[in-house]
Write a protein that binds this ligand. Sequence first.
Ligand code: PBG
Length: 330
Amino acid sequence: MAELPRPRYRPRRLRRTAAIRALVRETSVDTDRLVQPLFIREDPRMESAIPSMPGIFRLTMDEAASEAEQLAELGVPAVILFGLPAEKDSLGQGAYDENGVVQEAVRAVKRAAPDLIAMTDVCLCEYTDHGHCGVVRDGRIDNDASLELLAKTAVSQARAGADLVAPSAMMDGQVGAIRTALDRDGFEETAILAYAAKHASAFYGPFRDAADSVPRFGDRRTYQKDPANLRESLREIALDLEEGADIVMVKPALAYLDVIRAARERFDAPLAAYSVSGEYSLIKAAAERGWVDERSVVEETITAIRRAGADLILTYYAKDFARWRRERRA
Ligand code: PBG
């Protein structure tokens, strides 16, 4: 029998040892690119555990402060804060209360960990009794009336000490309105991380359990964008940059890697991706059953989001990731 042809190219040469693999690795993930979302409850009697997000808790103000210290100590650079108010109303007044839950949480976090970057979500849905992200008028979400309240919310958060505000309501013109209001009140150094391409996604389910923010009527499809559209995402990002966004975000992450890649190629601004609650819960549920290895799957997914083009990643796994990295180095 004739001798079999021997391969001319041998990619395996560079896979031979861990050191060689590390030398040629194209994408790296570090703790310093991760942002940990935190839920803060105003009412200490509110349930702490979130059934659909094992390992994530609704924190009291004191717990949030201690969590901030731990995150800073682990090298996680940033948190994004979500407030769970004791009471909700039709105008979401808790969102722009100078002493509201998220404003107090920013102060508590900054006192506990002054160097930790404090980001705040700018939206009304956690604070409205109808669960929508804007003002409801005649059964519809009134865009321009909502802008006023979103701008007020952002300014109150900046006044409390937020380093970045992150508008997520998907109202048209929200970034421009917030930029103008911040500048007018002397907060020209407060940056805007815009949830620019935020899709109407079922992956937000566990978050809405956590925040009790399921819309009481209809859904969010008249403001959050259609998951089927890619060009529209790029258009949304372009508009937010024009309006003054400093960082733009794609959300969710894992089902939208193509959007992240396209945004990376088209725009030079820093790009964030939000690996949302449902992405966390999916991995968690399978890991709890022993069906997948949690650490490996988390490492692989965060790497994939980086490889697609995200500079920074918001993930409920930020703290675990930092801890796992530290253990590995020890
Ligand atoms: C507020 C907001 C939501 C999320 C971030 N900001 C909920 C929503 O739009 O329904 C979702 C985050 C997650 O699922 O982890 N509008």
